[in-house]
Design a protein around this ligand. Sequence first.
Ligand code: PMP
Length: 376
Amino acid sequence: MIYLDNAATTYPKPQSVLRAVSQNMQGANPGRGGHSLAIRAAENVYKCRVKAAKLLGVKNAGNVIFTSGCTMSINMVIKGLLKKGDHVVVSDMEHNAVMRPLEAMSQYGIKYTVASVCENDEETISNFRDALNEHTRLVICTQISNVWGIRLPVERITAMCHEYNIPVMVDAAQSAGIVNINMMNSKFDYLCVPAHKGLYGVMGSGLLVVRDPKNLQPIIHGGTGSDSLLLTQPEYLPDKFESGTPNYIGITALSAGIDFINSIGEEKIHRHEIELLSMLYDNLSRNKKIKLYTPRPNEKSGGVLSFNVKDKTSEETAAYLNSRGIAVRAGLHCSPLAHKHFGTENIGAVRIAPSYFTTYSDIYTLSRVLSAGSAR
Ligand code: PMP
């Protein structure tokens, strides 16, 4: 099988990640005991927190919170921050991990405005600025579209929002691991990261980076292994947002995933993916039956390219590719706004998402199978 669905989760995982999973399948509960096994587990959790902080340019490792995934991280911000009457601005590239919690919050009187993403960054920033109002309490922006690979100017949007003292949450689901993120320079207020995509960890794990925890309330309360006489949630980090036994397997796998990224370098991983997608783009643009929507991938793009075969739904194309041993994702990718942006909400699109493990030969095979299939 040629796997090109790495935007959903990376596959295969590095051997070191698989080893970490099998070695840590059994272990004591980190931070929940004074015996050596629990202490060792707590040390491993701390080591991963420090590695993640270093990777993401976070000054204090305690500001890195372990979560069950990017969706959980996003929910923690939306539900832990917003109050009745608040207004939110989002881009028209957001995933349902953002849109559905926001819609759910409408029952509490929370409203939102969608700002359109344009090819020209100045226009995008101006659309965000125009969408702000006196009740805006949060701006949410994905760093890379999970459908179109478009990179949004999140650093500049953050700087603009900070002029009005409005915090910004960045969804780094498709950027962490291929884009250098530095929380100290970019000053994002909240960063939501899945561990199982570009960080090569396992599914069901993620991170939330919180720059200032003051206004954010926890949405889950419970045991932290600390201050147990207190019946209220500790106010300090990370305990404020980490209740219950953590996903130790996921955390140790993430630790190995970060080591893997550091051993290669985000820039090299990104370059590899862009070279593969540019080669694919050139092959597809020679095929008159293929419809492309975005410009040729370049150093500004993410590792995702979507297209359609004319007169076919995306599902038909994906089913054909699957029958030839190629795994891709069709449909709407949980991002209806991003599809409406390019008018593909009725047919979806075929998404190609390579990883560091994808080869030129994989992309050559895909191009060949597509030209044979579209000629039928
Ligand atoms: N945001 C974006 C842009 C995504 O692509 C995804 C995953 N498809 C998510 C959020 C949700 O991530 P997770 O499945 O890890 O919760």
